[in-house]
Write a protein that binds this ligand. Structure first.
Ligand SMILES: *[C@@H]1O[C@H](CO)[C@@H](O)[C@H](O)[C@H]1NC(C)=O
Ligand SMILES: *[C@@H]1O[C@H](CO)[C@@H](O)[C@H](O)[C@H]1NC(C)=O
Length: 493
């Protein structure tokens, strides 16, 4: 990677001065400074993130393994982009823009991970949109070689969202024009050095997506707040093949927009226009705002699979014998509608009605006061336990409930997974009261009774307990491991 980068730099420095198009359009030097403006923003964002959060913080949030190394690599890429673009501009005798002051509005690790994802997506759309305006082919290649890396950063962040987003949600990415990108970037900029060369760009009033959070699907109603009162008549999603009109309601600073079926999966951009014509710099009155549209093939809406989602939640409380009225709720507060799991043909199939856990909360003796909230990934060891909550429907009154731990062969899982190592047993306890998002090792409900222990083996089922259903209540069970056993699972949606 690095050798060809150096070669490219050599080509670039030889290619001065910048080609200039008509006075009213943007020059290559301005495009490189525009790119540099974004790279400074990204580089600072990651430097702050690395200063704010430790590797342990990310691991505690379920982002373990190679995550932190990759994060540092991304931060390094962005600072390298800054020095590369700065060098290219200086070599061509053009002033290079310096870093500004920023306010990213991120205080928590979760916000950092969310904004990182958005920034990389905007980076992709910015380079893609700028490409057609670059005159010098060497600069075009340079921009292209940065674009492809930003796209891989974007894929990395999308997969590391919680819940994960498709790393490549659509066959095409969406180009944005200079003003659209600048409108998004300027929201993070508080002030810039006076000496920075001016850019021929302007920002439209910002739109904030008030609700919902997370990925949306077509038909979802978006509640929007505009930074200033505007007279919007149209709402458009910008896609890779043009813009798609969306139903709009509201006035002034408050609007609601329904996601149209033509919205493109992935990081979408919504703008408001003053008329019903397709959006251009002339008729946009506010935006863009980033809207994450779910890829229907991924994550949010799971199509029928041979081995469905109930294999992933490792436990269920089963109430025979009423007929299958499978209304399995997701274990996480979902922002989108979830399908009922399709009929299964997996071994260990559950008969009767069943409930998947509605809350999965890890607790760790090594960070006894940390509340992890619901997690998609969890590890069970001697020092890290997991609490599962089940909401037992009132209609289960008088019935028998059974806890079942389904442990399929890895090969049977499509979107979920687990790893198992070491030896020992999994042990389960009923807790004296229900856990919640703020449960930590130290404040967890007391273990009321030991339900059993089991040496897990793939392809089998463990039923540690059955008894009368605690209908209409939330019950919690805790699972820990003994000896060297380590069990990590990824809970899909
Ligand atoms: C780093 O922490 C400061 C102080 O909480 C915060 O203002 C800033 O937005 C954070 N930066 C990032 C990138 O998370
Ligand atoms: C969403 O789009 C799909 C495919 O275009 C369509 O079948 C479905 O009816 C749409 N749903 C809504 C709520 O518009």
């Amino acid at each position: 990677m690095r050798p060809s980068f150096v070669t490219l730099f050599a080509v670039l420095t030889a290619a001065a001065p910048f080609d200039k198009r008509q006075a009213t359009t943007i020059t290559d030097a301005q495009i490189l400074n525009y790119a540099l403006t974004l790279e400074h923003l990204e580089a600072t964002f990651y430097q702050e993130g690395l200063a704010n959060f430790t590797q342990q913080d990310f691991e505690d949030a379920g982002l373990g393994g190679l995550f932190y190394n990759n994060l540092k690599e991304i931060a390094h890429d962005e600072t390298t982009h800054v020095s590369f673009l700065t060098g290219a501009l200086q070599a061509a005798g053009a002033p290079a823009t310096a870093a500004c002051d920023y306010a990213f509005g991120t205080t928590t690790l979760a916000e950092f991970v969310t904004v990182a994802n958005v920034l990389e997506g905007v980076g992709v759309s910015a380079y893609l949109g700028a490409a057609a305006s670059i005159v010098n082919k060497d600069y075009l290649t340079a921009a292209g070689s940065i674009l492809t890396v930003e796209a891989r950063h974007s894929a990395f962040w999308r997969e590391n969202q919680s819940p994960p987003q498709s790393p490549f949600p659509s066959p095409f990415d969406i180009p944005l024009d200079f003003n659209e990108v600048y409108s998004l970037a300027v929201q993070f900029i508080t002030s810039c050095p006076k000496s920075n060369p001016p850019l021929p760009v302007k920002a439209f009033p910002a739109i904030t997506l008030t609700s919902p959070s997370g990925e949306v699907v077509n038909g979802t109603t978006l509640e929007l707040t505009v930074a200033e009162s505007v007279m919007a008549a149209g709402a458009y999603f910008i896609t890779s093949t043009g813009s798609v009109a969306a139903p709009l309601m509201g006035s002034g600073t408050k609007y609601s927009v329904t996601v149209p079926s033509g919205a493109q999966a992935g990081q979408e951009y919504l703008v408001l226009t003053k008329d019903m014509n397709a959006p251009t710099d002339e008729n946009i009155v506010a935006g863009p705002v980033v809207i994450m549209v779910a890829d229907n093939d991924y994550g949010v809406t799971v199509p029928p699979t041979p081995c469905p989602s109930e294999t992933a939640p490792p436990m269920s409380s089963q109430a025979p014998p009423p007929p299958m009225s499978s209304k399995a709720s997701p274990p996480l507060p979902a922002t989108t509608t979830m399908p009922a799991p399709p009929a299964t043909t997996c071994p260990g199939e559950l008969t009767g009605a069943y409930q998947t856990p509605h809350l999965i909360v890890p607790i760790k003796s090594t960070s006894p006061n940390q509340a992890y909230g619901t997690q998609y990934t969890a590890t069970i060891t001697e020092t890290e336990c997991v609490i599962f909550n089940f909401d037992i429907p009132a209609s289960y009154a008088g019935k028998t409930c059974e806890y079942n731990f389904l442990f399929p062969e890895q090969s049977m899982l499509e979107t979920s997974s687990y790893t198992l190592s070491g030896s020992g047993s999994l042990d389960m306890w009923a807790l004296s009261s229900a856990a919640d998002q703020s449960t930590s090792w130290n404040n967890a409900p007391a273990k009321a009774s030991h339900l059993g222990g089991w040496s897990p083996s793939p392809g089998s089922k463990w039923s540690p307990w059955s008894g009368s259903c605690a209908a209409g209540t939330a019950v919690s069970v805790e699972m820990c491991a003994s000896e060297s056993l380590s069990f990590t699972f990824f809970e899909d949606t």
